[in-house]
Structures are given as C-alpha cells and as structure tokens.
Design a protein around this ligand. Structure first.
Ligand code: DDH
Length: 290
C-alpha cells in the first residue's frame, strides 16, 4: 500500500479504489460492505442524547465490535487496515466514512459531501460512550414502518431522507451467517442505481418459504432477489411510498437526495464545530451539485 502525503484525501481515495476489487469476496467488490461500515459507524447517533455517530470508530472495540447488528463488518475493517497502516495520519473514523463515500461514487453513485475531522476513541472511551446508551440503536429488518421511522427520527432524518437512504440496498446482499437473511436486493448489486425502488413497486414479492427469518423473494432475470420486512414497509406506509415512487421514476432526484442524506449521516456525532454539516449543505447547494 502506498503512503500518500498527509492530508491528501484525493490520493487516499485512489488507495481506497485499489482495494475495492476483491476477487473471491461476495460479488467481487468490497464496495457494499464499505458503505455498510460507514452507515453502521454513524447510525447509532441520537440527536436528543447527542451521543453515538461516526466519531470515534468505536466498532474496533467491544461492545460495538461484538454487536450482532455489526456482524460481517470486520471484513470491511480488514480490507482498510493496510491503507490505515501506510497512512497512520488518518483516523479510522475518517477512513471508514471516506471509504463508504468513495465506494458509492466508484460504483456509479453520486459524489457525497465528506470532510475530515473525526478522531478515534481508545477502548476505554468506546466503552464509556456505550454505557448502556448507544447499543441497540440500529434498525431491525424484521420490523415495520413505525420502527424504521422511530430509528431514523432519533438520528434527525425526515421521511424523505429515510427513503433516500434506504436506496443503499441497491448495493450488496444479506448473508445467512451475518444477519440470518439471505440474498441481494437487485440483479447487479455492485452498481449504485435506483433499481431498488423500481423493484419495490413491482407486484412480484412473495414470502419466502424456508427455515430462515421471514423475508420476501422474487426471481428477476433468473436471479433470486430479496426484500426485508423493513424494505416492504416503505411501500406499505402512505408517507414513505410517494418517495419510493419519485425515486423509482427519477434517478437524478434519488442521487441528489441520497448524496445529501448520506453526507448528513456520516456527519452525525462529529463535533468539529457548530456549523460542520450546515456548512457542507450550504456549500453543495451553492455549487448546485450533489
Ligand atoms: Fe442495510 N442491511 N439496513 N442499509 N445495508 C443489510 C445490508 C446492507 C437494514 C438491514 C440490513 C440501510 C438501512 C437498513 C446497506 C446499507 C444501508 C443487511 C444484511 C441487513 C439485514 C447484512 C448481512 O447479512 O450481511 C435495515 C433494517 C435498514 C433500515 O433502514 C430499516 C441504510 C440506511 C444503508 C445506507 O448505507 C445508507 C448495505 C450497503 C448493505 C450490504 C452490505 C454487504 O455486505 O453487502
């Protein structure tokens, strides 16, 4: 792995791109699991209690490292270790979020606002942050719309942002040995697109008959696809559904909204100053690009 000049994040993005290709792992790409790492690193934020979030990279230590919700994310962390070792100036917390955003763009998705400035906790700080408060905050795929809304409202997201973020399920797959669920959501799970929304609206989904947890299945172009109960909740809920329809019809709108919402997600819990995310949103709005 190459060492790049301290602070040269564009050069670091190139290093991340080099490890995206992982023959023999899943669909040949580390991209989806990088995106999930960035999301789970950030998604335990609470707006009210103001703890959790992407700062700290607490997933390197218990309790986050052994949280069943994070099963399998050690693959993503391991793929990034050589980059971190060659470039010890970047925090794990910055690297994980940068890997997620770099992967999305490399897989054909939008550019995501990203800024450096996260620091890493040591194991004691990680344990302290978790004293019973930030555990159990990630969504449970077996549940319904009210659970999804509750989890994301806690982070400060609107219905529109919740649906946009859910479009990340165009990437990757469920693994029996990680979540218990099984299969990809779309036919090409290493290509970022609005396919997830298009598929959600098709009347093809049937409960899968198997010995695993309840999930939906359909066969499209010869490939067995899946939806979680929380995915189907987006078309069952009258406030979520119009956004599914909009994003299915307009990929540009989806990319724009996803970019802002994911940018906000990875800012959660980062107290670099009071205007961190506001500044980002303003900048991208002024530049007129996602
Ligand atoms: Fe997800 N997700 N996710 N997800 N997610 C899984 C995989 C991936 C839920 C459950 C699961 C988001 C929201 C939700 C990605 C990104 C995002 C798996 C399978 C489950 C289960 C894990 C495994 O077995 O390996 C639920 C529930 C929700 C919800 O909103 C209610 C969001 C918001 C994102 C995001 O990135 C913004 C990605 C990518 C994957 C594929 C990972 C992989 O290894 O492949």
């Amino acid at each position: 792995m190459t060492s790049v000049k301290e602070g040269d994040y564009n050069a670091l993005r190139e290093e991340i791109k080099k490890v995206l290709k992982q023959p023999g792992y899943d669909d040949g790409s580390a991209g989806p699991v990088f995106v999930r790492l960035a999301w789970h690193a950030s998604g335990n934020f609470s707006l009210v209690e103001h703890n959790g979030g992407s700062n700290g990279a607490g997933m390197r230590f218990p309790p986050e490292s052994v949280d069943p919700a994070n099963a399998g994310l050690h693959h993503a962390i391991s793929f990034l270790i050589p980059i971190q070792a060659a470039n010890p100036w970047i925090s794990h917390a910055d690297l994980w979020t940068l890997a997620g955003t770099t992967a999305i763009q490399a897989m054909g998705g939008p550019q995501i606002p990203w800024e450096a400035g996260r620091s890493d906790y040591d194991s004691a700080e990680a344990a302290e942050e978790h004293r019973g408060v930030v555990g159990d905050r990630l969504p449970d795929g077996a549940l319904g719309a009210s659970h999804v809304r509750e989890v994301f409202t806690r982070m400060g997201f609107s219905d529109r942002e919740i649906v946009a973020l859910s479009g990340a399920h165009a990437l990757g797959r469920c693994h029996r040995d990680r979540s218990g669920f099984d299969g990809p959501w779309v036919v090409n799970p290493t290509r970022f697109s609005n396919q997830y929304f298009k598929l959600l609206l098709r009347p093809i989904w049937r409960p899968r008959e198997w010995d695993g947890p309840f999930q939906y299945e359909a066969t499209v172009a010869g490939t067995k696809l899946m939806m979680l109960p929380t995915d189907m909740a987006l078309v069952e809920d009258p406030q979520f559904k119009p956004w599914v329809e909009k994003y299915a019809a307009d990929q540009d709108l989806f990319f724009k909204d996803f970019s802002m919402a994911f940018g906000k997600l990875i800012e959660l819990g980062v107290d670099r100053d009071d205007t961190g995310f506001a500044k980002l949103v303003k900048k991208s709005a002024e530049e007129g690009k996602p």
